[in-house]
Design a protein around this ligand. Structure first.
Ligand code: UDP
Length: 328
């Protein structure tokens, strides 16, 4: 297949910056579009085209399509903190929905008709069945999840109008970092489990909080499906190729490991990987959290030929290396 030029919105963020490196390794050309509100300038590799701009300003994105011959777009740029979306819904709808509409409308105007969209397991809420398949009913529980469902719906409508072909990838719990240790999750106050476990192992937190010990799970703590960020990026590359060679038209696809680990299992594994104690205290359930969320990746395997390759140990070891680096 001819090498392509891919616009990566949010390309200076955690997942976007990993994808940029995957595209470079394949010899493809990424163009990064990011407003740097959450992304990091130092995550942008030397020599990669970067446009600082905001999806809330249509003229910013229009310029990109004018300047570069873009073959497809991967759309990561979004606000992603669930509790913040509950307290500031307008900010989330404005940024994630208006931003996506501006992007898609400029794509249509420029005749760019292929998109890979970051969606989320959040669209399922507490599923009726695990592992979750894509035909599980959608049951959104917060504004962040709603922005992902609406994003998928807009793409669906554009596809039906013959203006777009897309793959919406529903991510489960993405974690881990690049082996170069140049990029990883970097937030002032991370809310996700694995960064907090690592910070407790480092002694940056006196103890970490375990939210909920009375879930109907093996040990009472929440069970999730953790997927290495590079496995996730591999699936994005396969999704792009499938759009280009016409193997997929428009699909929603889960991306997870297919295995569930409880919070206490993650803590125990992290203690093994880091050789440190992870001090923790238990608290009541966090509002809005589900008991068990595990993916079926059968569709990703069938449609994209994808399966996860990296283990929980690799996820934790790379997250540990990264957390040690940013602590310095
Ligand atoms: N969790 C926890 N302590 C934390 C962060 C998360 O006990 O500091 C639990 C949370 O209740 C859930 C799991 O860890 O069962 C994964 O949470 P995370 O916020 O990483 O992702 P989510 O599944 O909520 O998107």
């Amino acid at each position: 297949m001819k090498k392509k030029t891919i616009l990566v919105t949010g390309g200076a963020g955690y997942i976007g910056s990993h994808m940029v490196r995957v595209l470079l390794e394949k010899g493809w050309t990424p163009v990064i579009f990011d407003n740097l509100s959450k992304g990091h300038r130092e995550f942008i590799p030397k020599g990669v085209q970067f446009v600082k701009g905001d999806l809330l300003r249509p003229e910013d994105i229009r310029k990109v399509f004018g300047k570069y011959k873009i073959d497809a777009v991967i759309h990561y740029a979004a606000l992603i903190v669930v509790p913040e979306s509950v307290s500031e819904p307008i900010k989330y709808y404005q940024n994630n929905i208006t931003g996506s509409i501006n992007l898609f409308s400029e794509m249509v105007r420029a005749g760019v008709d292929k998109a890979v969209f970051s969606s989320s397991a959040c669209v399922y809420g507490q599923p009726l069945k695990n592992p979750i398949k894509e035909d599980e009913p959608l049951k959104v529980a917060n504004p962040y999840g709603a922005t992902k469902v609406i994003g998928e719906q807009i793409l669906g409508d554009l596809a039906r109008a013959g203006q777009m072909k897309y793959v919406a990838l529903r991510y489960f719990n993405v974690a881990g970092a690049h082996p170069s240790n140049e990029i990883g999750i970097k937030m002032d106050k991370p809310t996700h489990l694995i960064p907090n476990v690592m910070r407790a192992a480092l002694g940056k937190l006196e103890s970490m909080s375990v939210f909920g010990t009375d879930y109907p799970t093996k040990d009472g703590t929440g069970v999730r499906d953790y997927i290495h960020v590079l496995d996730l990026c591999d699936a994005h590359f396969l999704a792009l190729k499938a759009l280009f060679n016409g193997k997929v038209k428009s699909e929603m696809i889960n991306l997870g490991n297919g295995k569930g680990f409880s919070v206490l299992e993650i803590i125990r594994q992290a203690e093994k990987v880091t050789g440190r104690k992870v001090p923790f205290k238990t608290f009541p359930r966090r509002p809005g959290d589900c008991s068990t969320v595990v993916a079926s990746y059968a569709k990703a395997n069938k449609v994209l030929g994808w399966k996860p390759k990296r283990s929980l140990e690799e996820i934790l070891a790379s997250a540990w290396a990264w957390e040690q680096k940013i602590a310095k």
